[in-house]
Design a protein around this ligand. Structure first.
Ligand code: OXD
Ligand code: MN
Length: 596
């Protein structure tokens, strides 16, 4: 064991207690140094946990493969363990804390025999910022350590902060046997504690991410009057140097990462916009003394979906992942580089697939099903500092001021390309009624439509009815609340073809959104909100099929009346806890829809 580099008694006692439970052979404190990182890399290679990739083509890059049944977040094994079931609410799995600790302790017991326990002190957010929170993750996985070194701030400054900080999130992780039947992702918000066992997949085990920065942080944020959200943050700079920042919440794998670092389309180049990426997944937001909302990205890296990432969908990310990147569950090519479905370049003629088996294009399994080179939820972990559009304000303790909040989802037919809500309360209703098709980032049936309020359904650490109340209250605390919009890049025609090209072209819609925030353009009022007037979206250099624009902005009242049935059912599960303001919005929307 290296000497604990802290005097914090609470921290040392907790590490000892957890070590007594897990019984590791050794305990190593992670100090954030390059020397230690390189040693870990060498050990992880020797232990076949990672493979060093072609260092000329992909310097400091590695490949990792998870167990085949451990490739995505396991929501059915994820629990919020509050003393009262009501506080977890009807949308979360709940277990009583005592029972949960007992059940997990039986799996953690002796799980680290023959292994090392790593102690990772980390900060979510710039160390010392009033936005930031400290966590300490204990893990027996070198892969977790190497990922946490990319995704969070680890090192001297955090340890200094911890000297006086008793209020850190206690995160315990063990791979244990990587047995899906002995897998639990437990959150104890009242104890500021996370226990994750039996998994090696990022979303389940990089505990600073979904577990701390969303589930635990949302619980804390409600008490401290701030917002912990599943949102990207980006800045749009005009040639005069003025930058407006927006946040956007889309369900997993709906293009948050791509939007956060978009390249302006040819037709808008003349306007000289520059995009600044602040974050692609999580926003922590506070009301400042100026009465407006400010945001930071608590993370320092991207844990993005590899499949589909290419020079068209995300040219910036293609640059980001050329160095210092850990790839998970992608194809290994004979030249020790990587590939996935939807990557740039030729389909390789051979390789080793994400499960470690020889692969050739077109090969099928015993049931005649095509074998994929990469898992659909294959990932890369890469530092945000690799990003050419990384914001220069990433380390600013104050964050960035937010002009607009954008909600969105994947709706084939219902929602128009963009609409603006009437006011904060209506915006909260629109966020609370978001819905999307299920993606590969979640275990379950692909394509199924599910309600995903504010894209937080899998990530809200307490009763969602209280979460909606909190959102409503936050609006009252702001002198200048951001305007709230809804976008849908995924509307299709009758044949199922996308009506909107998406990707960089989405800047045209962001431009309209910012023009609305700055009262520069009018809009048409519909029953669901304001939609752009014909001609107000700058279409220079973009030709759509005839009639596409009309279809993109069409609001079919009958379809929305049908949608309200699903919304009603969703709201009813919260019983009397649902804020009455949301029922009021529901009723007013119904009246508006029926009166046209
Ligand atoms: C993610 C997710 O990994 O939302 O960001 O699943
Ligand atoms: Mn996410």
């Amino acid at each position: 064991m290296n000497k604990p580099p802290t005097h914090n008694k609470k921290l040392k006692d907790w590490v000892s207690k957890m070590a007594r439970l897990c019984n590791p052979d050794n305990i190593i404190w992670i100090d954030g140094s390059d020397t230690q990182k390189q040693l870990l890399e060498r050990e992880a290679i020797a232990g076949a946990e990672i493979i060093r990739l072609n260092q000329e083509k992909l310097p400091s890059c590695f490949l990792h493969r998870t167990a085949p049944d451990d490739v995505a977040r396991t929501e059915h094994l994820t629990y919020i363990c509050t003393r009262r079931k009501l506080d977890a609410g009807p949308t979360n799995n709940w277990m009583a804390p005592k029972a949960a600790y007992q059940k997990a302790a039986a799996i953690f017991k002796n799980s680290m025999v023959g292994r090392t326990m790593y102690v990772i002190p980390f900060s979510m957010g710039p160390v010392g910022s009033s936005f930031s929170k400290i966590g300490v993750e204990l893990t027996d996985s070198r892969y977790v350590v190497l990922n946490m070194l990319i995704m969070t701030r680890v090192g001297e400054a955090v340890l200094r902060q911890l000297e006086e900080e008793d209020n850190f999130t206690k995160c315990l992780h063990s791979k244990a046997q990587l047995d899906i039947n002995k897998r639990l992702i437990l959150h104890f918000p009242e104890d500021n504690t996370i226990w994750s066992v039996g998994s090696g997949y990022g979303g389940n085990v990089l505990l600073g991410k979904k577990c701390l920065s969303l589930r635990i942080a949302s619980f804390i944020a409600r008490k401290e009057y701030w917002l912990a959200e599943h949102m990207l943050i980006m800045g749009i700079e005009e040639p005069n140097g003025h930058i407006e920042y927006i946040v956007a919440a889309f369900p997993s794998a709906c293009g948050k990462t791509n939007l956060a670092m978009l390249i302006p389309p040819e037709g808008l180049k003349r306007k000289g916009y520059r995009i600044w990426t602040v974050g692609d997944d999580i926003a922590w937001m506070r009301v400042d003394s100026d009465g407006s909302l400010w945001a930071i990205n608590p993370e320092t890296g991207f844990f993005g979906v590899a499949v589909g990432t290419n020079s068209k969908s995300n040219p910036t990310m293609v640059k980001v992942i050329q160095k210092n990147t850990i790839y998970t569950n992608v194809l290994l090519k004979p030249d020790q580089t990587v590939w996935w479905e939807g990557a740039d370049g030729e389909v390789p003629t051979q390789g080793i697939d994400w499960m470690g088996r020889p692969w050739k294009p077109g090969i099928k399994d015993v049931n005649g099903k095509l074998i994929l080179a990469a898992h659909p939820n294959s990932r890369f972990t890469a530092p945000i500092t690799n990003c050419p559009s990384a914001s220069f304000r990433l380390e600013q303790h104050h964050g960035v001021p937010i002009s607009a909040i954008i909600f969105g989802g994947r709706r084939q037919h219902l929602a128009p390309l963009v609409y603006e809500t009437f006011n904060w309360q209506h915006g909260v209703f629109v966020g609370a009624t978001m819905a999307s098709e299920r993606t590969a980032a979640q275990v379950g049936k692909l394509g199924e439509v599910r309600r995903d309020p504010m894209a937080m359904f899998p990530f809200c650490g307490y009763n969602m009815a209280d979460y909606f109340k909190h959102w409503l209250n936050m609006g009252k605390r702001m002198a200048k609340p951001p305007k709230i919009f809804h976008v849908n890049w995924f509307r299709t025609d009758q044949e199922g073809n996308f009506l909107w090209p998406g990707f960089g072209e989405n800047l045209r819609i962001l431009e309209w959104i910012l023009d609305r925030c700055n009262n520069k353009v009018g809009a048409n009022k519909t029953a669901i909100g304001f939609v752009p007037k014909a001609g107000d979206i700058d279409m220079t250099g973009l030709e759509l099929n005839q009639g596409a624009m009309e279809k993109l902005f069409e609001v079919r009242n009958q379809d929305w009346i049908g949608e309200l049935k699903g919304i009603k059912k969703f709201f009813e599960q919260f019983k009397r806890d649902l804020p009455r303001e949301l029922w009021q919005e529901y009723k007013e929307l119904l009246v508006r829809l029926e009166s046209k």
